[in-house]
Design a protein around this ligand. Structure first.
Ligand code: AMP
Ligand code: TRP
Length: 333
């Protein structure tokens, strides 16, 4: 039996190596498995939980779609669409927000991080964001959700909401409980400037991340400037535990090469960072530059991107609106 896959990426610009290695690379693998039904959503409703410039948001939606396709997702095989076009997502989110409990949302660490010290000023959307994410997933009877490690807690919440809805309305198994698909190793790619912080779109310094749209010189320069320590590369993985930057760079190398970390450690043990960084830059250029060039090419053809989104929107809408109808019947509308 194939899997029913759903995942979302926010169109907030600067898709980076963390998004690619943590999520999109996995989307491509799942897209390529014969039996799977895959839905990949550009989650623009999630994006506006923090202020967005409307013009940039539009550009970022195109850039996200282009990144999906350039990375190898086949729009003929997988459904690619933007969330705001399928109104069932917002409608279901409202119903589920009457099922989810404040206490559950109060535990969400991403809200705490994003809202910062002044929670009173955070939008209500930012707070209820995981409920919308649950609606996204549950509308498609999703069995598996490929995401980075930072989304694990939101998926647990999604399962709790699904379970509570099924119990409250006595509809056993109506919502399927989805499983997270999180890379076992290096599920969290860290900043190039600080190995204890995750690589992120919102970090101020562009040197902290490799963007999927960076050119060759930018990539080489960022790896050259990436923070390291003064020791040579270690002989065992245990030695890496106290060296977050070295661990992150070796993890990136291993993930890009599809090899075990131990393999990378054996290859570079005792060598200094400059030699390792040259190898890492080379691999990055080999693997990511073809994607970056393809993104730039696709962005010149908005008609093609619009066609993909329209097509995806129709397919997604047909699945989601049927499920919403059943939800409405269950709650008594
Ligand atoms: P976002 O850009 O926040 O919508 O994230 C899109 C996907 O990329 C989600 O599955 C995230 O979990 C994943 N992701 C984001 N940043 C990282 C990172 N630094 N390492 C691994 N995965 C990440
Ligand atoms: N919250 C996710 C993120 O920031 C994006 C997202 C929205 C998502 N809806 C989803 C991921 C549904 C997986 C499934 O990365």
């Amino acid at each position: 039996m194939g899997k029913k896959i759903f995942s979302g990426v926010q169109p907030t610009g600067n898709l980076h190596l963390g998004n690619y290695l943590g999520a999109i690379k996995n989307f491509v693998k799942l897209n390529n498995e014969d039996q799977n039904q895959c839905v990949f959503c550009v989650v623009d409703l999630h994006a506006i939980t923090v202020a967005q410039d409307p013009k940039k948001l539009k550009d970022n939606i195109y850039e996200t779609v282009a990144s999906f396709i350039a990375s190898g997702i086949d729009p003929e095989k997988s459904i690619i669409f933007n969330q705001s076009k399928v109104s069932a997502h917002s409608e279901t989110a409202w119903i589920l927000s009457c099922v989810a409990r404040m206490g559950w949302l109060n535990r969400m660490t991403q809200f705490k991080e994003k809202a910062g010290k002044d929670k009173e000023k955070a939008s209500i959307g930012l707070y209820s964001y995981p409920v919308l994410m649950a609606a996204d997933i549950l509308l498609y009877d999703t069995t598996h959700v490929p995401v980075g490690d930072d989304q694990k807690q939101h998926l647990e919440l999604c399962r709790d909401v699904a379970q509570k809805f099924n119990n409250d309305f006595n509809v056993d198994n109506f919502f399927k409980l989805p499983e997270p698909l999180i890379q076992k190793k290096f599920s969290r790619i860290m900043s190039l400037r600080d190995g204890t912080n995750k690589m992120s779109k919102s970090e101020l310094s562009d040197l902290s991340r490799i963007n999927l749209t960076d050119d060759k010189d930018q990539m080489i320069n960022k790896i050259k400037k990436a923070k390291t320590d003064t020791l040579p590369l270690p002989p065992t993985s245990a030695d890496l535990e106290k060296r977050p930057e070295a661990k992150n760079l070796m993890g990136i190398y291993s993930t890009l090469m599809d090899v075990d970390l131990d393999n990378t450690i054996n290859k570079f043990s005792g060598k200094n960072f400059s030699e390792f960084k040259e190898n890492l830059s080379q691999v990055l250029v080999d693997k990511i530059i073809p994607i970056s060039s393809e993104i730039k090419k696709l962005l010149k053809d908005k008609n093609y991107l619009n066609q993909i989104l329209d097509n995806g929107h129709q397919k997604a809408d047909s699945i989601a609106s049927k499920k919403l109808k059943k939800i409405q019947e269950i709650v008594g509308f």
